[in-house]
Design a protein around this ligand. Structure first.
Ligand code: SF4
Length: 196
């Protein structure tokens, strides 16, 4: 099958996480992975991002499928259930909101700036070598640490489920996938009701 440029976006995924080991400010590039799928869903009413442009999904397929790092067992039913998927989405959004709030507090001088990342929302890991104090306003750097924490945590969860189950099991409950699917459904309903 003919390969397209977007079939290689898994490389971007690796580059993104690698950059976070050198300069945490590159973490802001992760916003691309938030905004583009939303753009596809809101303006196009489709999941084009998931289907073609998601480097993370491709990375799981590559590692788990081609490189055989996955045991390939069926994804547990509860992970694909509506309740779990939307519950995880709500949890993720709350954590995202908390990260934005912490950024605000640091920017307002009400909380101290921390050069750490938080894995699995609990484990603090020193990450100060990736940032030189004063390069940018503290809130910009704090957001970088927060966003990178979120991105790395979700990658690790995805890799864990990839090892035990089908390579792209993460996609079954990925908050971005759930959110864009929900938006597409709402959009389709609105369009249908406008036509009738
Ligand atoms: S569900 Fe998530 S990880 Fe999977 S392709 Fe979509 S955005 Fe990427």
């Amino acid at each position: 099958m003919k390969k397209h440029w977007y079939d290689y976006l898994w490389i971007w995924s690796i580059v993104y996480f690698a950059l976070g080991f050198f300069n945490i400010l590159f973490a802001w590039l992760g916003m691309i992975d938030f905004l583009i799928p939303l753009g596809f869903a809101i303006f196009g009413g489709n999941k084009g991002f998931c289907n073609h442009f998601c480097g993370r999904g491709q990375l799981f397929a590559k590692l788990g499928g081609q490189l055989k790092c996955s045991r390939g067992r069926a994804t547990p039913r509860f992970l694909t259930s509506r309740g779990f998927r939307y519950g995880f989405l709500v949890f993720f959004l709350i954590m995202f909101g908390n990260m934005v709030f912490q950024t605000y507090l640091v920017g307002a001088g009400a909380a101290s700036f921390r050069e750490t990342i938080k894995l699995f929302w609990t484990i603090r890991v020193p990450w100060g070598w990736t940032y030189t104090a004063g390069m940018v306003p503290n809130w910009i750097a704090q957001y970088s640490f927060g966003l990178y924490s979120l991105m790395l945590t979700s990658l690790l969860i995805g890799l864990i489920v990839m090892v035990f189950y089908k390579p792209r099991s993460w996609c079954a409950f990925c908050p971005m996938g759930t959110m864009t699917q929900g938006i597409c459904r709402i959009r389709a309903k609105v369009t249908k009701s406008q036509r009738s």
